[in-house]
Design a protein around this ligand. Structure first.
Ligand SMILES: Nc1ncnc2c1ncn2[C@@H]1O[C@H](COP(=O)(O)OP(=O)(O)O)[C@@H](O)[C@H]1O
Ligand SMILES: [Mg+2]
Length: 228
């Protein structure tokens, strides 16, 4: 059976892509077929004469299905900023229903395990009316929250979990990610507090990886709570 999840984070740069790649590797090692989408990305570079986004390329490198780039990342905007600003600069319109169409199309590939990576955090605007949460709602997928283990993460994680619940979606699990070489002070107390506050299983605690290697981090992920 194909199971898909929406991946959000407590902020931008918290390791959504890193953790997604680690989850893809963890699922692959269980013999599952995998796919990950980045429906809208802000921040482009030209690779092989094609406009691409680094997150989407990383997801593509770690998933098992071989899909054309456009299916993985249908909307790539130039400016590395909020999607609604990046789209406005280019005179483009991004809206949740169109992103939904792209995602639904790609999900027809029916991998055993699929991820849809958001951009920024839960409430990042995609236009003047909608945020990326509107796409998550239309997709109606359970959510995986990536928490970067740093000062302030309790507030960010609890607020995000509240917003997900208020939007009528289920938090399926969360991942604690060490984005800095030095663990935060009182890390174990923070993890215990997150476990108490977030009504969902912790799927793993990812170590800081100097080589930024999701394959190594995959060993720290336990997807069993997701019932794949
Ligand atoms: N556990 C980790 N160890 C080392 N580097 C990490 C780790 N998690 C994330 N990073 C690095 O931090 C940066 C932001 O991570 P990324 O996954 O791109 O965040 P997001 O997708 O939430 O914006 C990237 O350069 C990434 O390689
Ligand atoms: Mg990312």
């Amino acid at each position: 059976m194909s199971k898909a999840f929406f991946v959000t984070g407590t902020d931008t740069g918290v390791g959504k892509t890193f953790a997604s790649c680690a989850m893809l590797e963890a699922a692959k090692s269980k013999g599952l077929s995998t796919m990950a989408l980045k429906p809208v990305a802000a921040g482009a570079e030209i690779v092989d004469e094609r406009k691409t986004n680094e997150d989407a390329l990383q997801l593509q490198a770690h998933m098992s299905l071989e899909l054309p780039y456009e299916q993985i990342n249908p909307v790539v905007l130039d400016a590395p900023t909020s999607p609604h600003i990046a789209a406005h600069i280019e005179g483009r319109k991004v809206d949740a229903s169109r992103l939904l169409g792209y995602c639904r199309g790609a999900l027809l590939n029916r991998p055993d395990f699929a991820l849809v990576e958001g951009a920024g955090g839960w409430r990042v605007p995609i236009n003047n009316r909608e945020t990326l949460a509107d796409l998550a709602k239309l997709l109606d997928l359970p959510v995986i929250l990536v928490v970067s283990l740093k000062l302030g993460c309790l507030n960010h994680a609890i607020l995000t979990a509240e917003a997900i619940a208020n939007d009528g979606l289920t938090l399926a699990g969360w991942i604690g990610n060490r984005v800095e070489a030095e663990p935060m002070e009182y890390e174990s107390e923070y993890i215990a507090s997150l476990k108490g506050a977030l009504k969902a299983p912790m799927l793993g605690g990812l170590p800081f990886s100097a080589k930024s290697a999701p394959v190594e981090a995959a060993a720290e992920i336990d997807l069993s709570a997701l019932d794949l």
